[in-house]
Design a binder for this molecule. Structure first.
Ligand code: TA6
Length: 295
């Protein structure tokens, strides 16, 4: 897929390529139904504001720099999650969230706007992960739904296995009064350092009283973030894993790009295929994972 420089594209009304934070290029969507902002760096969605109300969470300490992941919004984790299946993969969460993606085009049907981005393997990526791939990402934003569609194609001549996640940070009023419902009965791994890894079975709604870092496996269940009088729904297709995370006090303090007191205002509910749910693609095959966020 040939890509022209983003600045040469003909874009729909309300869609602009603009200088973003600290020299990184951003695509801004400002239409009647919503505002949105996505950085070409990592194809990283940093804002979705349907009817003026921000749904995504961004750290006030986020760093916008080459080689660094932006803290908040929707980082894309690929071709591994965290430190990978054998626990030795770096950089954490793979390399596409710190790589510049190409803007293929932007389209609209008058109600929603879709941004289409693409990334293929390079000498640099093959040095980290010796496979040929094409990643295609579509971000469709409107008044009441944000759809994120990530398609991975094996463009090489041998099968490969990968993990992936749309590591979505949601803004909440106070995590201590939030529940995440819908994953009851699902099996999960407890990834909090020092915890009994499990697997465990989710008993009842998820509530937060300490650091929580759970990788739910073999479930496509829809999750609902209940935040006082507000609900955010995360429906998934092509995803067998969900990750729910809040760093709480100590881990927040340990992250330089995460404000010490910011942990109360966010929760991650991530659409993924991780650990036992990793995906294997034959040469020429493709796999699409989709998150549908509605408020
Ligand atoms: O999604 C949960 C998690 O794997 C946590 O363990 C924590 O490390 C978080 O991702 C953020 O990772 P990052 O590399 O972005 O700091």
């Amino acid at each position: 897929m040939t890509q022209v420089p983003a600045s040469d594209l003909t874009l729909p009304d309300g869609v602009r390529v603009v200088p973003g934070r600290d020299g990184l290029t951003a695509v801004q969507v400002d239409v009647a139904s919503c505002f949105g902002e996505l950085y070409l760096h990592g194809a990283h969605l940093t804002s979705w504001r349907p009817l003026g109300s921000e749904v995504l969470w961004m750290s006030g300490a986020a760093v916008f720099a080459p080689g660094r992941a932006i803290r908040g919004g929707v980082p894309i984790c690929f071709p591994w999650f965290a430190d990978g299946p054998d626990g030795t993969s770096t950089p954490a969460h793979g390399f596409v969230r710190t790589t510049e993606w190409g803007l293929v085009d932007a389209t609209t049907d008058g109600r929603w706007v879709e941004l289409h981005l693409a990334l293929t393997d390079t000498e640099q990526t093959r040095a980290l992960w010796p496979h040929s791939f094409a990643a295609d990402y579509r971000v469709r934003m409107g008044e009441d739904e944000l759809a994120l569609l990530l398609t991975v194609t094996n463009t090489g001549d041998a099968p490969f296995t990968f993990e992936e996640a749309l590591h979505t940070y949601f803004t909440v009023s106070d995590i201590r009064s939030v529940q995440v419902r819908g994953l009851e009965g699902s099996s999960y791994l407890d990834m909090v350092p020092g915890a009994d890894r499990g697997p465990h079975v989710q008993q009842g709604p998820i509530s937060f009283t300490a650091e929580l870092d759970r990788t739910y496996q073999a479930t496509g269940a829809t999750a609902v973030i209940r935040d006082r009088d507000r609900s955010v729904t995360v429906a998934r297709t092509g995803s067998s894993s969900a990750i729910v995370w809040n760093p709480w006090v100590d881990k927040s303090a340990a992250m330089a790009d995460f404000g010490d007191d910011e942990w109360t205002g966010m929760v991650c509910v991530e659409t993924a295929n991780a650990k036992a749910d990793a995906v294997t693609l034959a040469p020429g095959a493709a796999h699409t994972m989709t998150a549908h966020v509605s408020v």
